[in-house]
Design a protein. Structure first.
Length: 301
């Protein structure tokens, strides 16, 4: 290989850093949405590289459902302390308490969809004009339709049929008063790219991604972790299983994968052989054929 030729991961990194710098240059008050999942961790890592040795010039914001895994909260707080990040926590519980959203009831209830109201309220409260996040096109068919710069109207809604062209890596961030943008720096990355980059850069990630033993049960052919937020049916047997998570979200809708992969090398080998999508265990995506697209049109990330 020519010594001046970038590797595949170096090209992806350079592209993502370019997008992050474009966001910082075009918008007055950007924010990075941070879930504690591997994709948002990578986005934050890239932002730190983009502005090094200066600090990241925008805050990170966690839309907290209150039903996340304890390991995720611990990781988030440790990362913020270590890197001196400016963290904003937007609470779904607060939205419920204020009567802005109504919590679902029943055996399959989840707070995941309620995040949309909390997100839009927080964008309005802090006057953010661009919210960056770690969504990737390979994750889900609705996300495959997104551009790097995704325009949202003054109601926070997304129109997949009316997106702006991005020829020659020219991004149009012009907007009217009350509108904002979402930006997706790692749009072109795949799940495999993410794991290879984590190993290459030695990036810390939550222990949930590695194989471990925990109490689980099976619902609709999906392995679910037993938590205080999930009610089990009488026929659902809770038992200890050795699992890991490929994607991490609200505990009520995040499925686990039975796995012995407890190292990055083993995870990469497992992902390369997998025939199921990364979000195949996400119950929130299974509510309808267009579940993700419907949520995104309403303002979901």
């Amino acid at each position: 290989m020519n010594k001046y030729q970038l590797s595949h991961l170096e090209e992806l990194e350079a592209e993502s850093i370019f997008v992050i710098r474009e966001v910082a240059s075009q918008f007055e008050k950007p924010v990075l949405l941070f879930s504690g999942g591997k994709d948002s961790i990578i986005c934050y890592h890239l932002a730190r590289k983009a502005f090094y040795p200066a600090n990241v010039p925008f805050p990170i914001m966690h839309i907290d459902t209150g039903h996340n895994f304890d390991e995720l909260y611990q990781f988030r707080d440790e990362l913020v302390k270590e890197t001196k990040a400016r963290l904003i926590i937007a609470s779904v519980q607060k939205s419920i308490d204020e009567g802005k959203v109504i919590e679902e009831k029943g055996i399959n209830s989840s707070r995941n969809k309620l995040q949309t109201t909390t997100l839009l309220d927080s964008i309005n409260e802090y006057q953010f004009d661009c919210a960056m996040g770690g969504a990737r096109r390979d994750e889900e068919k609705a996300r495959a339709k997104e551009r790097f710069f995704s325009h949202r109207d003054d109601f926070g809604q997304w129109d997949p049929k009316n997106q702006r062209p991005e020829l020659w890596n020219l991004f149009n961030g012009k907007k009217n008063f009350g509108e904002h943008f979402r930006a997706f720096p790692i749009s072109n990355w795949t799940e495999m790219d993410v794991w290879q980059y984590i190993m290459k850069e030695n990036i810390k990630i939550p222990s949930l991604y590695f194989s471990h033993e925990r109490e689980c049960f099976i619902r609709n052919n999906v392995v679910m972790a037993k938590t205080d937020f999930i009610k089990t049916k009488p026929e659902e047997k809770v038992q200890k299983m050795r699992v890991r998570f490929r994607t991490i979200g609200d505990a009520t809708c995040t499925g686990a994968t039975i796995s012995d992969a407890d190292t990055l090398e083993m995870i990469i080998n497992e992902v390369s052989a997998s025939r199921t999508t990364e979000r195949g265990g996400r119950a929130d995506d299974k509510r309808s054929e267009a579940a993700m697209e419907d949520r995104k049109k309403e303002g979901y990330f």
